[in-house]
Each structure stands twice: as structure tokens, then as C-alpha cells.
Design a protein around this ligand. Structure first.
Ligand SMILES: Cc1cc2nc3c(=O)[nH]c(=O)nc-3n(C[C@H](O)[C@H](O)[C@H](O)COP(=O)(O)OP(=O)(O)OC[C@H]3O[C@@H](n4cnc5c(N)ncnc54)[C@H](O)[C@@H]3O)c2cc1C
Length: 497
């Protein structure tokens, strides 16, 4: 089989009508084996960094489309919303809900592999790392990745997750077609040729158009990357920014303002043999770059100025030039170190230099001007090509993504809000668009001018989900402009598991 199995959609849609005739008790009975017991750890939810938590009314782990339909029928009947959750990593409350939660972890198969036409079809719940493993057995690979592969495919494509590379678009751009289960239980096929509006709204739709059941995505023959890393002075980067960004297929910059230096990581496809990073292995490197750093970050909770010196230490530890060659995933993924608060913004690539100059000035003042928060490290800069996905932060423009983090040593709370608020103000002044999976405070009034298709997106969502079954608090707040305590960004910070 080499195409998306569309022929089963009509017969499957007959099943959508059938669920309407079932009594509520039958629905519960049929769903018995996919309702997560309240005693199970999966009945509660916390994101990867444990910065947002919730206790949904009920959590479901369906393993097929018919069960998903029954869940939607139950939700319609009981007047509940359904939040679809992949791996629940998003650093904001994007995956949180107090109503029904549908976890996609059992909708996780690779269905079709076509090495000749270079695409695969997989379930929306498949974890990228599992997909990558299966692809490798067919000598295939995803074309690009973000910093991790722990996400589910549905999570990646509905948040415009991106990697780096000025010629590479966000990962969702590689999607050729989708099948989507709508709120009324019908299964719809969409692509750039068929149901185009729904397709462009669903990619980066934050799960608000429906449940992504299957994804046809472009892949390429498995490849190795040769990555060179070097540390250069910040001024040198500013001077040669354009050349550096274009010097390789995947360029990532880690800026250590405390050290006035930037780690430049440049990776290109290669046929060279593997050359692992031997110095990163073993007890001592891990102790020096992880355990010691985390301990000092812990101390910095009491002595904030220490964060400045820890940043310099880490920049120094990583400053030696190095070259590594490995399979694509091992090079594209990076070490995210510890749980963290993070926010990331997409600015027009052409304004990168101007923005960096402004940020440098701000960061020099920051610890002395507000609540004394010392920024953590590094500030990550990545690049992507323009795309045509309606709500993609890289829509229609070459993009520089700028992300900042505040680590949570040992998972403990740290200050970050004031710092992020001021960073957001700067980013918005550079026409920045927020990463949808990361916290920000923009509502429709600010977002509409940033996205030419914002109102088209709302129109499509209202058409396919007129009763708002897939709209959780985060979507209602940012996209629909609802205000008040029920949708407050802090509502899911109150619960502690
Ligand atoms: C350590 C770390 C590193 C990261 N690195 C990067 C990076 O390099 N680049 C980047 O851009 N982002 C990055 N992110 C953000 C991450 O890629 C997104 O948060 C992504 O959405 C997480 O995937 P998930 O499966 O956990 O999604 P979840 O957090 O579970 O859900 C995110 C959204 O996807 C929707 N969704 C999930 N599955 C489906 C489905 N089947 N159908 C419809 N909607 C669905 C949900 O409703 C929700 O709106 C990172 C996050 C972390 C924690």
C-alpha cells in the first residue's frame, strides 16, 4: 500500500452515525477498557517541566478510531470538552483541561512506508523517537527535528514545532496529508489539494480542529550529519551573521551574553564515517556539565548573582572547538539539561541583528532594573524558512527563533515571570510571534495583525467544531480572547500532584 487509505473513510463515517443511537450507559460500557482509572498516574496530568498541572474529569487512552468516536459522542452528550494530548511536553498549559482528556499514546502505529516516493503514513499519536527507530530499519529518516524526539507526531505538527536551518521550514510543512476526526465523529481527509483550508488550519491548529488520526509525511533516505562547533565572540557573530546562518544546512547559535560569546553549531549532510563526541561521555564530563551545574543553580535560588558565573562556567566548559559525525537524529537533538521555564519567539530574520543588539543592552541592565532575576543560559537562536501554514509563527517570512530559559534545579521553583514579561515586550516590538506551545500573554487583538489568516483560522475552527469541543482554556484565552479566572494562565499552576 503506497497511499493514504482513504477508501475506508466512508465506511468509517457510517460508524459516526451509529454512536448517536447508543445509550449513555452503553457508551461507558464500551469505553471501559480505555478509561484511565483514577488511581493511575495517567489520570492526572503534568507537563514535562512540571510547570502546569491538571486533574481532568476523565482521562481516556483509546486504541482505535471507534473508541475515539465514542469518547466524542459521550462528550457531546455530557456537554464536556475534549483536550487531545500527545506526550504532554508543552511548556505552557496548552495540553491542560478540567474536562475530558484524550491521550493519544495508544494510537501509535507506523502504517505505510514508501521508500521510493519517500513518505510514510503514521498515526498521530506515534512518538517521534519510535517513528525514527522504525524509519531507520527502512534506511529512512525525518528531514529535520527539534531539540528532542520525545513528542508525539500530533503535538509536533499542531504547534509548528521547528528545528533549525534557514532553508528548512517547520516540521509540519513536511506533512503531505492528514486524516482528522472531527467533533461530530466524521473522519475527514485533507491535504494541500483537498480540504485545503482545514489542512492549513490543522497544521499548527493546537488540536482545536479535531483529532489527527493519521499523518502522511515526507521522509528522506537516512543520512549522517557532520557538525562542527566553535565558540566565537558575540561581536564577530553580529558582524558575520548572514554568512554564519548560511554556512551550513542546520545552524544553531547558543548565545552566552554573560561571556560575550556564542557557540556556533553548524551541521551538513555527509558520507563521512561516524565520529562520536568521546569527550562528552563518562562520569566526569556528566558530573561537571550536569550535576555541578544543577547544584550551583540550586544555590543561585538564594544567591541570584551566581547565575551569572554559572553561565560563564558553562560557556567556558563548552568552548573547545569540536567536530562530530553521527546519524541525523543524534546530531539534531540537543541536551535540554533540566526542567525549565521557557518562552520562544519568532522574529523576521531580517531584524535579527537589530534585535540582538537591543537584547544585549537589555540583558546588561536586567538584573539591576527589575526584580533582580539573573537570566539563565544559553539564549538559543535558530532559523527557518517561510511557510504557508496559517498560524505558523514562520508564516510568510524567514524567521529567527529566539528562546530563553530559566532552569528549575531539582524541579524547584525559580523566578522567571518578570524576566519573560520584559522579554515578550521586546520580542513583540520586533514583530515577534510567540511559539504556541510556550507561555506568552498575547490575545486575538495582538495576534490578528501578526497573522494574515487569523480570522480564517477562527472561521474554520467554528465551522468544524461549532460547539467548541476541542477548545481548552489556553485556546479560549489566546485565540478567542476569553478573559477571567476560568481561563487565567495560572489556573493550572495551582494544583500540585
Ligand atoms: C524539552 C523540550 C524541548 C523542546 N524543543 C522544541 C524545539 O526544538 N522546537 C520546537 O519548536 N518546540 C520544542 N518544544 C516544544 C514541543 O515540540 C511542543 O510542545 C510539542 O507540542 C510537544 O509535543 P507533545 O506530543 O508533547 O504535545 P502536547 O504537549 O501533548 O500537545 C501539544 C498540542 O498538540 C495537540 N495535539 C497533540 N496530539 C494531537 C493529535 N493527535 N491531534 C490533534 N492535536 C494534537 C494538543 O491538543 C496540544 O494543543 C520542546 C519542548 C520541550 C519540553
Amino acid at each position: 500500500m503506497t497511499t493514504v487509505p482513504q477508501n475506508h473513510l466512508s465506511s468509517k463515517n457510517a460508524a459516526a452515525a451509529d454512536t448517536k443511537n447508543l445509550s449513555t450507559s452503553t457508551l461507558y460500557q464500551l469505553l471501559q477498557n480505555c478509561i484511565v482509572p483514577a488511581s493511575s498516574a495517567n489520570a492526572k496530568f503534568a507537563n514535562w517541566s512540571k510547570t502546569f498541572h491538571c486533574v481532568p474529569l476523565m482521562v481516556f487512552e483509546p486504541s482505535d478510531i471507534d473508541q475515539c468516536r465514542l469518547i466524542f459522542q459521550l462528550a457531546r452528550r455530557e456537554g464536556k470538552t475534549v483536550r487531545i494530548v500527545g506526550e504532554g511536553l508543552s511548556p505552557s498549559d496548552l495540553a491542560c483541561t478540567s474536562d475530558f482528556m484524550l491521550r493519544t499514546n495508544r494510537l501509535n502505529k507506523l502504517r505505510v512506508v514508501d521508500p521510493e516516493k519517500q513518505f510514510v503514513v503514521c498515526d498521530g499519536g506515534i512518538k517521534l523517537e519510535d517513528l525514527e527507530r522504525e524509519l531507520a530499519t527502512h534506511q529512512l529518516a525525518l528531514r529535520n527535528l527539534g531539540s528532542i524526539s520525545m513528542q508525539a507526531m500530533g503535538g509536533v505538527i499542531t504547534t509548528a514545532t521547528h528545528g533549525t536551518g534557514i532553508e528548512f521550514k517547520v516540521l509540519g510543512d513536511d506533512v503531505l496529508s492528514l486524516s482528522l476526526l472531527l467533533a461530530d465523529g466524521t473522519l475527514v481527509y485533507c491535504s494541500r489539494r483537498e480540504n485545503e483550508e482545514l489542512f492549513k488550519a490543522t497544521l499548527c491548529g493546537m488540536g482545536s480542529t479535531g483529532l489527527v488520526i493519521s499523518v502522511q509525511i515526507r521522509v528522506e533516505p537516512a543520512f549522517r550529519l557532520r557538525e562542527s562547533q566553535e565558540t566565537r565572540p558575540f561581536d564577530d557573530i553580529l558582524e558575520n551573521l548572514h554568512e554564519i546562518v548560511h554556512q551550513a544546512q542546520h545552524v544553531r547559535l547558543w548565545w552566552y551574553p554573560q561571556n560575550k560569546s556564542v557557540r556556533v553549531c553548524s551541521a551538513d549532510r555527509t558520507t563521512e564515517p561516524e565520529q562520536p563526541d568521546v569527550n562528552a561521555r563518562g562520569f566526569l564530563p556528566v558530573f561537571l556539565t550536569h550535576h555541578l551545574v544543577e547544584f550551583f543553580l540550586f544555590l543561585a535560588r538564594f544567591l541570584p548573582f551566581l547565575a551569572f558565573y554559572i553561565a560563564r562556567y558553562v560557556a567556558w566548559m563548552e568552548s573547545a572547538p569540536k567536530v562530530v559525525v553521527g546519524e541525523s537524529g543524534s546530531i539534531l537533538r540537543t541536551d535540554c539539561r533540566f526542567a525549565q521555564h521557557t518562552t520562544e519567539w519568532a522574529i523576521p530574520y531580517e531584524r535579527t541583528k537589530e534585535c540582538l543588539l537591543y537584547l544585549r543592552e537589555w540583558l546588561e541592565q536586567e538584573p539591576y532594573t527589575t526584580d533582580g532575576t539573573y537570566p539563565h543560559f544559553p539564549i538559543e537562536l535558530r532559523f527557518s524558512a517561510p511557510d504557508d501554514i496559517w498560524l505558523s509563527p514562520a508564516y510568510g517570512r524567514r524567521t529567527c527563533w529566539i528562546g530563553i530559559i530559566q532552569f528549575k534545579p531539582y524541579g524547584l521553583p525559580v523566578r522567571y515571570q518578570e524576566l519573560f514579561r520584559r522579554f515578550e515586550t521586546i520580542m513583540t516590538s520586533f514583530s515577534g510571534r510567540p511559539h504556541w506551545a510556550k507561555p506568552h500573554s498575547l490575545g486575538p487583538a495582538q495576534l490578528r495583525p501578526l497573522y494574515p489568516h487569523f480570522d480564517d483560522f477562527v472561521r474554520v475552527v467554528e465551522r468544524v467544531d461549532p460547539h467548541g469541543m476541542f477548545r481548552n482554556e489556553c485556546v479560549r484565552r489566546h485565540i478567542f480572547g476569553e478573559q477571567g479566572s476560568a481561563v487565567d494562565p495560572r489556573v493550572y499552576k495551582l494544583y500540585r500532584p
